[in-house]
Design a protein around this ligand. Sequence first.
Ligand SMILES: Nc1nc2c(ncn2[C@@H]2O[C@H](COP(=O)(O)OP(=O)(O)OP(=O)(O)O)[C@@H](O)[C@H]2O)c(=O)[nH]1
Ligand SMILES: [Zn+2]
Length: 188
Amino acid sequence: MANFDHEKIKEGVRLILEGVGEDAGREGLLDTPDRVARLYQEVFAGLHESANEHLKTVFGEDHEELVLVKDIPFFSMCEHHLVPFFGKAHVAYIPKGGMVTGLSKLARTVETIAKRPQLQERITYTVANEIVSTLEPHGVMVVLEAEHMCMTMRGVKKPGSMTVTSAVRGTFEGDQAARSEVLSLIKH
Ligand SMILES: Nc1nc2c(ncn2[C@@H]2O[C@H](COP(=O)(O)OP(=O)(O)OP(=O)(O)O)[C@@H](O)[C@H]2O)c(=O)[nH]1
Ligand SMILES: [Zn+2]
């Protein structure tokens, strides 16, 4: 993965400003390329982080039943239009082998994966797959609900429309009752 190139982004932003017919040299825009480069460094920080690093923090604990962290706010950038999509992630898993991860680490995993040029589906299944491969739990279920700015401020212009995606792994796959339990806990 190439390093973050601040100067390259500044140059790109200057070109965009010129491309839309702005005077990139006018006072109000002088610092904009630098600000946008810093903004991108922040919102794309996940490109330079390892998604499963967080999950490696584990504790011995004899709980082999549901753990659900719900309503995790996330912000991401649609890779087609480079505008935000944002909403809530709900992450459920059933630990195995007496090992649980820190609750905040589930939220950090969502954040790292969201902070890349993304599709909602890819965030959803990547979070699920990272938990499966790192914690090897009985099961994982990840649900994301989000509003896409590319569908609200432009294009089809449908403000308020929500996209819901899910990824289920392990015991949840064949267990409708367990999936329903998670969904009803998410709703309440
Ligand atoms: N599956 C999926 N599609 C997405 C996501 N974010 C944006 N899109 C869609 O990506 C598609 C890109 O379609 P294109 O026809 O190539 O681009 P476009 O002409 O800008 O499309 P419109 O948005 O319909 O105007 C659109 O349908 C978007 O709604 C996402 O997270 N997942
Ligand atoms: Zn988009």
